[in-house]
Ligand binder design. Structure first.
Ligand code: IMO
Ligand code: MG
Length: 420
């Protein structure tokens, strides 16, 4: 019996999951997405090429790999078809390598419009959604109105589509949102025909019988601080980005789970609205954005930047039962004289090392300061060549988080990775 190992983002997304899944995928014959949808943008860099995948698992470029889109995912046929086109351009046959759960829910064109209508109606209180229709699609799933991938084979699919569309048009009208609701429908219907060319599977049976023989890697999207239950609600995404999402999103029992790789960046970023205790509004934040090239892979939006928040990180390590930490982008701190790490919060004058119920209340981060290592880390490939100031910094984090940092990534390329 093999295990399913998991890669999860521990912050607000954009931790570098794509790169790590691509690196690890060499060891796993299958990679599965279990939640989220095209709000994700996972960047891969290899052989001098760069690629962003949105719904397709990041194992796609590994030879002989199987890539599963699980039932916890919401799938937009239009973006999926585009993505497949890009993958095919470099000689990968998506129909050969991708399987899709019949129970994954479909994002309709009107889901995207509803996303936009909701955000427009929210005004200043908007979530800062990627507007890919994620929230409305999960809403329909939970309210039992959704359409699933397996439904595309039903003889009355078109009628069911029309019924759901009518419901959405009413909701859009109630929000007084002006749009051209039929614009994307022809492309969507064509993309539905394209979907029929894929292997549509009963994901739960597939995964469990696969694990009887071979291991699998589950690839999280977004980050734990965007989780529907444990994130900074309501400024979150609409899925379970934490470990429970793996079980419900693929149909596997907790006893099947092996390693839990938790990924974090050496600093923090966030796109969209919502609380961010260590956010920097000064030249240092600007520098982090510039050096880390912190612009959204999906929307191109500049990301908000700040120092590493160990209070939030310890919280998400706990939630997920992380067994191995992976630190990304430490090289982006190479040129800082001092590096700050938030080790507790001051809320209402009281110091705490826990994430409060409402992190939208004024929080004053309490920092521990480290001397910068002022060394170019990008070319280093062996642990013993790392500067002492950097190793001290890592040792501090391991003590605070009580989990080993087993992988350090020092650049976007597959090879710029040190395993400890
Ligand atoms: P990856 O997988 C960063 C954020 C959005 C917004 C909130 C809700 O690349 O790490 P949604 O479109 O889900 O309704 O948006 O969540 N968000 C992400 N931020 N990385 C992501 O994915 C994200 N997916 C959603 O910016 O604040
Ligand atoms: Mg992203």
């Amino acid at each position: 019996m093999s295990k399913i190992d998991i890669v999860l983002g521990l912050q607000w997304g954009d931790e570098g999951k794509g790169k790590i899944v691509d690196v690890l995928a060499g060891r796993y014959p299958a990679v599965a997405r279990f939640q989220g949808g095209p709000n994700a943008g996972h960047s891969l860099h290899f052989d001098g090429r760069s690629f962003v995948v949105r719904s397709i698992p990041s194992g796609i470029f590994r030879e002989g790999s199987t890539n599963l889109i699980g039932n916890g995912v919401v799938l937009d046929p239009i973006t999926f078809r585009e993505e497949c086109g890009n993958v095919a351009k470099i000689g990968v046959d998506p129909k050969e390598k991708i399987l899709i759960s019949k129970k994954a829910h479909l994002i309709l064109p009107t889901h995207r419009l509803l996303d936009a209508a909701n955000e427009a109606a929210a005004g200043k209180g908007k979530i800062g959604s990627t507007l890919k229709g994620i929230g409305p699609t999960y809403t329909d799933k939970v309210s039992r109105h959704g359409l699933r991938v397996g439904d595309i084979l039903a003889p009355d699919f078109k009628e069911r589509f029309a019924k759901l569309k009518t419901r959405h048009l009413q909701q859009i009208a109630d929000l007084h949102y002006e749009c051209a609701p039929e614009k994307d429908e022809p492309a969507w219907m064509e993309a539905i025909e394209f979907l029929k060319g894929f292997k549509l599977v009963d994901c739960e049976y597939f995964v469990n019988s696969w694990l009887d023989e071979k291991p699998m890697l589950a690839e999280g999207a977004q980050g734990s601080m965007l989780d529907i239950d444990y994130g900074s609600y309501p400024f979150v995404t609409s899925s379970s980005t934490t470990i429970g999402g793996v079980c419900t999103g693929l149909g596997v029992a907790p006893s099947r789970i092996g390693k839990v790789y938790g990924i974090f960046k050496a600093y923090c970023t966030r796109v969209g609205s919502g609380p961010f205790p260590t956010e920097l509004f000064d030249e240092t934040g600007e520098k982090l954005r510039r050096v880390g090239q912190e612009y959204g892979a999906v929307t191109g939006r500049p990301r908000r930047c700040g120092w590493l928040d160990l209070v939030a990180l310890r919280y998400t390590v706990m939630l997920n039962g992380v067994t191995d930490l992976i630190m990304m982008k430490a090289d982006c701190l190479d040129d800082f004289d001092a590096i700050q790490v938030c080790t507790s919060y001051k809320v209402d004058g009281k110091e705490t090392d826990q994430v409060p119920f409402d992190i939208a209340v004024p929080i004053e981060p309490v920092y521990t300061r480290f001397e910068g290592w002022k060394t170019d880390l990008t070319g280093i490939r062996r642990e013993e060549d790392l500067p002492k100031a950097f190793l001290d910094y890592i040792a501090f984090m391991e003590r605070y988080l009580k989990v080993r940092i087993s992988v350090i990534s020092l650049g976007p390329d597959r090879d710029a990775t040190i395993e400890r």
